[in-house]
Ligand binder design. Structure first.
Ligand SMILES: [Zn+2]
Ligand SMILES: [Zn+2]
Length: 388
């Protein structure tokens, strides 16, 4: 019996030894940051129970949830609350990328500690011209969530996660970005000794009312002061021992402004594209990613006789900003007429230029990324954009 116990112990140890290198040995699994929603009140009568599980699998943090809130659902948008079972995979040991990258224009950019997906700070293309700031447009519930294809957050409210925090305590982790970096609540220690708890602030400035076309309504302006965050709404500061992290903020971009790390291939964009295909293309709902596919970009580049990579670049990183998509700015960067770009990509205008009138029947091409926008580009695409 002794020999057998010993054998079991040895086998057990060798399994452990084999497992260690594959499980990012130096990175503790942050599964404890996630809520136990099993005893929560749930969304209400007739809705599925909320479900969230977090575990570490090799080099990844895997969060499995059904996107049902653990608190009473209050309907704000026309979409019903439905279960959306999926896994969110993100790097367990995130690294800063050489350059920040844009959030998906729609679809998850991370997941909160209760399993609800995070979306970026813009709404979808419906109703056109769309892409407004949903917080500004007051279409969020008191926890800054609402439904599209799934219930999701555009901002984070600490108290909605059962956080009972004293004024002199820093905020806990409320979410993780798809790049694996944690998102803390807005309050953090000023320094390593936590001599003072301060409220962290976005460095983005509002240029106009963001009723539509949110990414054009704000500008990132770096600021002095420990309380100000970078473009992506994060920093590598002493409040977390120098490790990079994001903070939820009271103002745009509310959660993250871009990815400072590298989002896992599974997250956001890629899965949304698959969903769009699965949902049957045009009219597939406001949860779709309206960006052009690689094939559309390739075709458009050929039509416009410009370099495919240049076009792809301009569509993602226009005006030196990291914005998910801004067709007008992309056209400016490429020094081409925005109308030609819309035409080549088979899209309708994101925002009609000043004085534009909806043409007869709109220009609903069916396959275009912005297919739900009904108004065609007008005569002065490079002129001043409408101010609302
Ligand atoms: Zn939304
Ligand atoms: Zn911080």
């Amino acid at each position: 019996m002794h020999a057998r116990s010993l054998l079991v112990a040895v086998v057990g140890l060798s399994c452990l030894a084999l497992a260690l290198p594959a499980t990012a040995a130096n990175t503790p699994c942050p599964s404890d940051a996630f809520m136990d929603v099993s005893n929560s009140p749930g969304a209400g009568k007739g809705y599925a129970r909320p479900r969230v599980e977090a575990k570490c699998d090799g080099e990844e943090l895997v969060v499995s949830s059904n996107a049902i809130p653990h608190y009473e659902f209050v309907q704000i948008t026309p979409n019903p609350l439905v279960e959306l079972n999926r896994d969110y995979r993100m790097p367990l040991d995130p690294k800063l990328a050489e350059q920040p990258s844009p959030l998906p224009l729609l679809g998850p950019s991370g997941v909160a500690i209760n399993g609800i997906p995070l979306f970026g700070p813009n709404e979808g293309p419906v109703p056109p011209p769309g892409f407004g700031d949903p917080v500004y447009n007051a279409i969020m519930d008191s926890c800054m969530g609402h439904t599209a294809r799934q219930y999701h957050y555009h901002a984070l409210v600490e108290t909605c996660f059962n956080v009972a925090r004293e004024a002199d305590e820093p905020s806990p982790i409320l979410a993780f970005g798809s790049d694996g970096f944690p998102v803390y609540g807005p309050y953090g220690c000023r320094d390593e000794e936590c001599s003072e708890v301060i409220q962290y602030k976005s460095s983005w400035e509002q240029l106009r009312a963001p009723r539509i076309d949110t990414w054009d309504a704000y500008r990132f302006v770096p600021k002095e002061g420990a309380e100000y965050l970078d473009r992506c709404n994060g920093h590598s500061a002493d409040d977390q021992g120098g490790a990079y992290h994001y903070h939820a903020t009271a103002t745009f971009p509310y959660i993250m402004g871009c990815f400072s790390g590298t989002p896992s291939a599974d997250a956001g964009r890629a899965s949304d594209r698959q969903n769009r295909r699965r949902d049957g293309g045009p009219g597939g709902g406001s949860g779709d990613d309206p960006r052009p596919t690689a094939e559309q970009v390739s075709e458009a580049a050929a039509k416009l006789a410009i370099d495919e990579h240049k076009l792809a670049e301009a569509l993602r990183l226009t005006d030196g900003r990291v914005a998910p998509m801004n067709f007008a700015a992309a056209a400016r960067a490429l020094e081409i007429d925005a109308r030609d770009l819309y035409e080549a990509l088979g899209v309708t205008a994101q925002v009609p230029p000043r004085g534009a009138r909806g043409g007869p029947g709109g220009r609903r091409r069916g396959v275009g990324p912005q297919r739900q926008g009904g108004r065609p580009p007008g005569p002065r695409p490079q002129g001043p954009r409408p101010r609302q």
